[in-house]
Design a binder for this molecule. Sequence first.
Ligand code: ZN
Length: 263
Amino acid sequence: MITNALSVDVEEYYHAAIFRRGTNGRGPRHFESRVEESVDRLLALLGEHHARATFFVLGEVAALHPAMVRTIAAAGHEIGCHSDRHEDVSAQSPHEFRADTRRAKARIEDAVGEAVVGYRAPNFSIGPAQSWAYQVLLEEGFRYDSSTHPIVHDRYGQPDAPRFPHEIYRDGSASLTEFPIGTVRLLGLNLPIGGGGFFRLLPAGGSWTRGSRGRRWRGGTGFATTWASRRRRPSCRRSWVNSSSARLAKYSSRRSIRRDASR
Ligand SMILES: [Zn+2]
């Protein structure tokens, strides 16, 4: 049986990289929270289609909205970790990464009341130069990671990385399994069908579930973010490129999530 996995990064709009310049990195004390409304909408949509997903939650969000995390788990979805404050792993030392991850895991587990074993780095920021992070994740109790996007991208991406689930790290009898974001291979290139801006801008025929129907497909992971499912977000100062990207993300994410949950 081939399994396609849907995942959701549970974060506020102000955590997203495309808004960071406009928000100057300021956090929950400066901006209105909208994550609960977004999660409610996603849970209703998934419930309507009897679909299950993994929700990678920020530690900061779990600490502020513990009841929301419990509601997600009670609906039958898996809870994973999306770091504590959405700082890129590539911007941290191993010591800082361990502290951030430990704090996030504790906050999320306090909220949900069960062990969290899955991790997704903010902005897919574990690349070859951050491979030390896998040992840290294993030591901190994680059993799988989903931080690889095997595409060419200006901020992240590893086009040469394996495209399907595989063991990415082993230490004795303990191992870490990697679940890369789904891609299709065409003309020697990996095309992003698992999530993000590329996916949102593709026509309906480019959705990851439809793209994964080829005979060589071995299952893949799709992702969405909570902020992209909202109808309305507060405005903040952005460059023209970021502003346009955000508007497109807002429109196309809702459309693509709805489309894929119905399959
Ligand atoms: Zn994120």
